[in-house]
Design a protein around this ligand. Structure first.
Ligand SMILES: Cc1ncc(COP(=O)(O)O)c(C=O)c1O
Length: 445
């Protein structure tokens, strides 16, 4: 347990293992909070009934699901009915894109489609048009690319700005066409931690939607990385859909989709058909235990968000100070520091500069540094790309980071229990690794 762990004697999920390895990859995933593991275990034992059954074990399971739904709703400023349980972020994101396409074909009307064919220059008019960005998680990016490849949708990938690292509102608005049916822009980027101007974007698009209510553009944000780190309120943001991912906020590997009035105010078209659970939006017998864990993880966020956020911000700032102090300012580049841009409290995307680190190997220098580290467990970018480490992150390149800087990038993301001592050990570890790679053997002490 870390020195400045912030819960009175309660053991928080530790970030140091028995071998002294220090975990700083909380954007990849988080461990379960002990209370979450308890809620899951208890539900497995006590609430094993089918939630659709009317006898006691079934009713118990249903009560747990109802309670979890309420906690999750309260975490994101929603009504309980707006929450639909799904298997995780990937499914939630797929469900939104699938819905937008189905909604377009079923509701926009043949007459309108006919008119659009005449209106539009790209040769793909008549197809639903989706706007997203070039820094989204693969569960949005590849889904959109696949729709494009299969000829089911036209897609614009708006580029992040090299000046701000954000996807700018004006650039998204400029991409809107008469057949645009969905805008999906993530709330916080998983590699840089950059917070996107989703609220402002929604405000601007709502004005357009009021002028054209029959072809209103649906608004989605992937909240996977933001939830549990900063306050996320779906109503305040003004989104129609919000993706919620349990394993990013010390919960289990399931998720939920917030939908503003599913099936009434906002369309939701199921991808699966079955036994009617989740009001037919996502049928399949509910995973009661994991839902119990997700609800508990949300409850903890509801109770402690301010404390979590403050701790992570202080720790990340300390990490950045120590990196500069130990390596020297000229040898450190922070890849998510853009003037005027806000970031997640916990994410430090940093390059230790120097051609000596790169050598002539094919792996990015960040990889080589991490592989020499004896304590630090971190990544160079999105965890789902960790087996494709031969090139620098396309997200960093998209944000205007030079290739020779991006190739040295490390994504260090701190958690609720990361301590200043962990930071000191990690920075010393990195220094040793860099000295070795630069051919200096042991670092001068
Ligand atoms: C921004 C973002 N969206 C979506 C996902 C996918 O979530 P899941 O792993 O639950 O499918 C992740 C997980 O890495 C993510 O970081």
């Amino acid at each position: 347990m870390g020195e400045d762990a912030n819960h009175d004697g309660q053991s928080l999920s530790d970030c140091t293992d028995q071998d002294g390895r220090i975990y700083m990859d909380y954007n990849a995933t988080t461990p379960l909070e002990p209370e979450v593991a308890e809620a899951i275990t208890e539900a497995l034992k006590e609430a094993w009934g089918n939630p659709s059954s009317s006898y006691l074990p079934g009713r118990k399971a249903k009560q747990i699901i109802d309670r979890s739904r309420a906690s999750i709703a309260s975490m994101v400023g929603a009504r309980a009915d707006d929450i639909v349980f799904v298997s995780g972020g990937t499914e939630a994101n797929n469900l939104v894109l699938h819905t937008a396409i189905s909604h377009f074909y079923q509701s926009w009307g043949a007459a309108k489609l006919g008119r659009l064919v005449g209106d539009h220059q790209s040769g793909k008019a008549g197809l639903p048009h989706i706007i997203t960005s070039n820094v989204e998680h693969d569960s949005v990016k590849l889904t959109a690319e696949n729709l494009l490849k299969e000829g089911k949708a036209d897609v614009t990938f708006v580029e992040a700005s090299a000046m701000t690292g954000r996807v700018e509102v004006e650039d998204v608005l400029a991409a809107i066409r008469p057949n645009t049916c969905l805008i999906s822009i993530m709330l916080a980027n998983n590699e840089t931690g950059v917070l996107m101007p989703v609220k402002e974007l929604c405000e601007r698009v709502r004005v357009l939607n009021e002028q054209q209510p029959s072809s209103a553009i649906l608004l989605h944000t992937d909240g996977a990385q933001a939830i549990g780190k900063v306050r996320v309120d779906a109503q305040d943001l003004g989104v129609d859909y919000l993706t919620i991912v349990g394993h990013k906020f010390y919960g289990p590997r399931i998720g939920a989709l917030y939908v503003n009035g599913p099936g009434t105010t906002t369309p939701l078209f199921p991808m699966f058909f079955g036994g009617g659970q989740e009001r037919n939006f996502r049928p399949g017998t509910e995973n009661t235990a994991m839902i119990a864990g997700l609800g508990k993880a949300a409850e903890l966020v509801n109770l402690h968000l301010h404390e979590y956020e403050t701790h992570m911000r202080d720790t990340r700032k300390y990490l950045e100070q120590q990196l500069q102090a130990v390596f020297g300012k000229e040898k450190i580049h922070f890849n998510s520091h853009f003037p005027g841009t806000e970031t997640l409290p916990n994410t430090c995307n940093v390059s230790v500069l120097g051609p000596g680190l790169q050598g002539n190997a094919t792996a990015p220098a960040g990889w080589k540094v991490l592989s020499k580290c004896r304590k630090l467990l971190a990544s160079v970018g999105a965890a789902c790309h960790s087996d494709r480490g031969e090139r620098p992150s396309h997200v960093l390149l998209s944000c205007g980071i030079l290739p020779e800087v991006a190739t040295n990038a490390l994504r260090l993301s701190v958690g609720r229990a990361t301590t200043k001592r962990d930071v000191d050990l990690v920075v010393a570890d990195l220094r040793e690794a860099v000295c070795q790679l630069e051919g200096q053997g042991q670092c001068p002490h």
